[in-house]
Write a protein that binds this ligand. Structure first.
Ligand code: PDD
Length: 283
């Protein structure tokens, strides 16, 4: 039986009751985080906590128990017997339930907090072959830096990719490549690693941040600079990053083969270093 966390309690999923007046349901008025458990620890939980607090602050959601997340996330892993597996924890915090009105509830209502854990098998094979992705105009709002649950542009775009047998949809805003529907994207051009700078047009991925640190440690030249769509023909390598896929090579983008159509050397170095770091943390 699956045990989840709901408003301070560990209960079965069936026991969860969320009001139809919940602003998460009515307005997508909430934030989320996804953290990964590597058979014994959460990777960069501090990074996720910092981003969670920032998202809550930006939406002015006052969840006073934010610091309880690391503890109940680990409890969720243990209660569901996932300690020795690769697993994820999803957390969602909404502004809470109040009669539908565009202004925030006055006085404040308690936020609704829901989290659950699940085990999964990493996509090892895809890392060897790389993935194909589509390109599409970035139809999202201009606060992509907030990890909000308002993900309709992302899900619509990802669905389009999925229906075309592609593994991600990469967005282009004003001719510049921003990020994917649920990932950041990196390019290698003449040995330099490019990714969109932190801004309101991309989510500051925790994996992105750690990849930049690892690449710097390896002496790889880095430019946090958006790549123009029309420079794609000069790109030798591409990869996406997120908590579940880590470093995932992209071998075809928008119908164009990237480099030799196989994961490139810089991608491999970064991916291997990332794996090494995880293994050393496993101890
Ligand atoms: N998504 N950009 C977007 C739009 C994302 O949704 C995500 C993650 C990322 C990568 O962030 P991180 O490295 O912190 O996972 C970038 C998660 C995995 C999701 O929505 O399930």
């Amino acid at each position: 039986m699956e045990t989840v966390y709901f408003n301070g309690k560990f209960i079965t999923k069936e026991e969860v009751k969320i009001s139809p007046d919940d602003r998460g349901f009515l307005f997508a008025d909430g934030v989320y985080e996804v953290v990964r458990w590597y058979q014994g620890f959460f990777y960069d939980l501090n990074g996720h906590m910092t981003r969670l607090k920032r998202s809550l602050r930006e939406l002015r959601i006052n969840w006073t128990d934010t610091d309880s997340f690391p503890d109940f996330a680990e409890k969720l892993i243990k209660i569901n017997s996932l300690e020795n597996q690769t697993a994820m924890v999803y957390l969602q915090v909404t502004r809470g339930a109040a009669r539908r009105s565009h202004n925030f509830p006055k006085p404040d209502v308690l936020p609704t907090v829901y989290a659950y854990a699940w085990g999964f098998l990493p996509e090892v094979k895809l890392k060897e072959t790389g993935i194909k992705a589509m390109l599409k105009e970035d139809i999202r709002w201009s606060r992509c830096d907030i990890k909000s649950v308002a993900l309709l542009p992302n899900t619509l775009s990802f669905q389009e990719a999925h229906e075309n047998g592609l593994k991600e949809c990469i967005f282009v805003r004003n001719g510049l490549i921003t990020e994917g529907s649920h990932s950041n994207i990196f390019f290698v051009i003449n040995g330099t690693l490019y990714t969109h700078p932190e801004s309101n047009y991309v989510l500051s991925g925790i994996t992105r941040k750690n990849i930049l640190r690892i690449a710097e440690d390896c002496g790889i030249k880095i430019r946090e600079e958006a790549v123009e769509e029309n420079r794609l023909r000069f790109v030798q390598e591409a990869f996406i990053s997120n908590t579940s896929a880590e470093v995932m090579p992209v071998t075809e983008l928008g119908g164009n083969t990237i480099g030799d159509g196989v994961p490139g050397p810089v991608t491999r170095i970064i991916s291997d270093k990332f794996d090494n770091e995880i293994n050393s943390l496993k101890g």
